[in-house]
Design a binder for this molecule. Structure first.
Ligand code: NAD
Ligand code: UFG
Length: 331
């Protein structure tokens, strides 16, 4: 029976995508080294979907292990989430980031090639638009990066483009995520960052449950209506659903397509704080702090290509993202 392999399937976005795939009737295999997740998440995925998942504890850099998974199963496509994602950490430890993200992807692709599985959906990021493109970001814009994490995404996109150019049997979709937040409605799975969160939503959440005293708002002097940074927040369940459409696309097509997964709408830091306060009934204390190095003022997606080629668009608004995220956090 054909399976879809989900690398990093126990992680935040991967787990939500697994639930959507199972609900849609796919048989899936999760391969994760649990460097940033726990095996219990897989049980929760099974509970939510009432379906069984085949699980391998595997590091993508381990070619023999990855080949073992392909040898034991009929895998028709891979959705590749496995990677490290903290921007600051990538600046402190670039080798670890390049090794994990780039070498892990190369070993996976070598194994896929060996077993003639040539369909892949890859987790890229809006970070590949760099700092010089105008908003909204359109897929044909030049890519660049400002940190090792971002460069690893730019490099992997390049590798996949070159691979599909050299062998016309490959079907590749590079999904450029904007800012995923929120959680599955069950409240069982969500984002669980270890240590002090880097990203805005989990940071606000920690303030709401009194684990942190206040939010530092990184700059209120940007050229935006309230002076704070604007991002395109997208409900993680909408994002997960986009993977089903991308999977369907690569199964039916060859070549490479880069596609934005965002809402096309921008929300400022203070607007997100207000929406979270409304959803949770909690007061979020904040202080204005200096700008964070490497941040841009505004980032949001052009969403036409996702509609056109994937027939997908985001549905949830910021209020629902906060309500669903709060249900997970407060549980
Ligand atoms: P996450 O850390 O929750 O999930 C990643 C999963 O991959 C984890 O379960 C981790 O244990 C696993 N993993 C890491 N390296 C591995 C390896 N070498 N072998 C096997 N498993 C490995 O992160 P996430 O937020 O779910 O992100 C998933 C993907 O989406 C990542 O590639 C990330 O760079 C990308 N992305 C995330 C965001 C975001 O804001 N969350 C934005 C853009 C892109
Ligand atoms: N912010 C704060 N205080 C915080 C954290 C963030 O004010 O404690 C602000 C930032 O300055 C920015 C906005 O909130 O204006 C969003 O910041 P995040 O760190 O949540 O998200 P970024 O857009 O900076 O980056 C995230 C991921 C990147 C990814 C990018 C696009 O961290 O890896 O989204 O997908 F590339």
């Amino acid at each position: 029976m054909p399976h879809i392999m989900i690398t990093g399937g126990a992680g935040y976005i991967g787990s939500h995508t697994c639930v959507q795939l199972l609900n849609a009737g796919y048989d899936i295999i999760i391969a994760d080294n649990f460097s940033n997740s726990k095996p219990e998440v897989v049980e929760k995925i099974e509970r939510i979907s009432d379906k069984k998942v085949k699980l391998y504890e595997a590091d993508m850099r381990d070619f023999e292990k990855v080949c073992e998974i392909f040898g034991e199963n009929e895998i028709e496509a891979v959705i590749h989430f496995a990677g490290l994602k903290a921007v600051g950490e990538s600046c402190e430890n670039p080798l670890e980031y390049y090794h994990n993200n780039i070498c892990g992807t190369i070993e996976l692709l070598r194994a896929m090639k060996k077993y003639s599985c040539k369909k892949i959906v890859f987790s890229s990021s809006a970070t590949v638009y760099g700092t010089d493109n105008p908003v909204p970001y359109i897929e044909h814009y030049p890519t660049s990066a400002t940190n090792p994490y971002g460069y690893s995404k730019v490099a992997i996109e390049r590798i996949l483009i070159d691979l599909a150019a050299a062998d016309s049997e490959w079907g590749v979709c590079l999904l450029r995520y904007f800012n995923p937040i929120g959680a599955d409605e069950s409240g069982l799975i969500g984002e669980e960052p270890s240590g002090i969160p880097n990203n805005l939503f989990p940071y606000i959440a920690r303030v709401a449950i009194d684990k942190l005293s206040h939010l530092n708002v990184f700059g209120d002097d940007y050229d935006t209506p309230d002076g704070t940074g604007i991002r395109d927040y997208i409900h993680v369940v909408d994002l997960a659903k986009g993977h089903l459409n991308a999977l369907d696309y690569v199964l039916k097509n060859t070549g490479t397509q880069a596609v934005n997964l965002g809402t096309g709408k921008g929300t400022s830091v203070l607007e997100l704080v207000a929406a979270f306060e409304k959803a949770s009934g909690k007061k979020i204390e904040y202080k204005i702090a200096p700008r964070r190095a490497g941040d841009i003022a505004v980032c949001y997606a052009d969403t036409k290509k996702a509609k056109q080629i994937l027939n997908w668009q985001a549905e949830s608004d910021i209020d629902k993202m906060c309500t669903d995220g709060w249900r997970f956090i407060s549980a």
